[in-house]
Design a protein around this ligand. Structure first.
Ligand code: ATP
Ligand code: MG
Length: 346
């Protein structure tokens, strides 16, 4: 059986470089590798509503922003199926059936949901839909018989929850669903890219992002204001690379060819790090290099975005077509599920 990808993002804001290194860049590579039979990329608006019920307009507007980010990052509608979650009602129906296979205490143990509840100050007023979103994610993944979910580290508990649901379903009703695997970034710096403030995770809700659509000037400003090693006061001082956000970003974005182009005194990142550790290398020089690297990565993305922005109707057309295809595929799985449960009465 061929390999199938399902992954996506919540339309709660524009996508940032954390999304790019954590998942988006990988998706484009996988798409172009030709290794996958099908690639489904979902804009998770239904899920975004679980903690934005009072603000549907925000979600509505960000659907197009995320779609523009996808296309400009190199997702190709000829090769990948881009669709909107809420336009595939079969996913909701599957969720209802899967809910009976999961206990409340199991949901309570999910570490990502736990920390998100804290971040959002939900405490005792957690919306039920939000609580259940890992189950709805299991529907998204299984509806497309996905084998592979490229995502950041925070998604590990979701994919594990999905695997449990699949095993439970198959053991109760007979072999029907496919167990997926998460595909994490192969580079540690990309698992959870820190924010420009040095906080643990770059995140739309923390306002510490460099967006994919940011101008070269904005990138420069944000990088220049980043923290480095607080003990690296004078250029001559030895500096620390670990936990130094500027170097973490270089770990995530730098390629050897950028040294040849922008900083030919060094052959690679290891040499630059060694110099910083020894002392004699100033923060400004490293930051200027990072700005060039980031802008080199973002420039082609910005250019493509400007083109797609001229034809928003075409972008909606892509999403509409993708959603139609997604509905057909999800309906087949729903039919299989109902047949397995023997609730296909007519
Ligand atoms: P929200 O605050 O609405 O949850 P978010 O910034 O966490 O937004 P999501 O849409 O939840 O973004 O995540 C989409 C994908 O991007 C997931 O695969 C997630 O693992 C990945 N991702 C998000 N932030 C980062 C980051 N800072 N580093 C690496 N991967 C990330
Ligand atoms: Mg998130």
């Amino acid at each position: 059986m061929g390999k199938i990808i399902l992954t996506g993002d919540r339309p709660t804001g524009k996508l940032h470089v954390g999304h790019y290194v954590g998942s988006l860049r990988r998706r484009v590579e996988l798409q172009n590798s030709g290794e996958f039979e099908k690639i489904y990329i979902m804009i998770a608006d239904t899920q975004a509503l679980t903690d934005n019920a009072e603000n549907p307009e925000k979600i509505r507007q960000n659907i197009i922003e995320v779609a523009l980010d996808y296309l400009s990052a190199g997702l190709d509608p000829e090769k990948s199926i881009l669709f909107i979650q809420s336009q595939v009602p079969q996913l909701t129906e599957l969720t209802m059936f899967y809910m009976n296979l999961v206990t409340v205490s199991r949901l309570q143990r999910n570490p990502t949901v736990k920390s998100e509840i804290q971040m959002r100050n939900f405490e005792t007023s957690i919306p039920v839909g939000f609580y259940c979103y890992p189950i709805s994610q299991a529907s998204d993944i299984t509806a497309f018989k996905a084998t592979t979910v490229p995502a950041g580290e925070d998604q590990e508990p979701m994919v594990e929850q999905t695997r449990e649901i699949v095993r439970k379903f198959n053991s109760v009703y007979g072999e029907t669903l496919v167990e997926p695997e998460i595909l994490l970034p192969d580079n540690d710096a990309c698992l959870r890219l820190p924010g420009t403030d040095g906080k643990a995770k770059m995140s739309k809700s923390l306002g510490n992002c460099i967006y994919l659509s940011e101008t070269a000037d904005e990138v420069k400003k944000k990088v220049m204001s980043m923290y480095t090693d607080p003990d690296h006061l004078r250029v001559e001082d030895p500096g620390k690379v670990e936990g130094n956000t500027v170097f973490t970003y270089l770990d995530a974005f730098c390629k050897d060819e950028y040294f040849e182009e922008f900083l030919p005194d060094y052959a690679n990142l290891d040499e630059l790090k060694a110099h910083y550790r020894r002392g004699g290398l100033g923060d400004v020089k490293v930051k200027k290099f990072l700005i060039k690297v980031l802008n080199a990565e973002l420039e082609p993305i910005r250019k493509r975005r400007a083109e797609y922005e001229k034809d928003i109707a075409y972008v909606y057309e892509i999403l509409k077509k993708g959603s139609e295809t997604a509905r057909e595929v999800a309906q087949k799985t729903l039919d299989d599920v109902k047949a397995a449960m023997k609730i296909n009465y007519f």
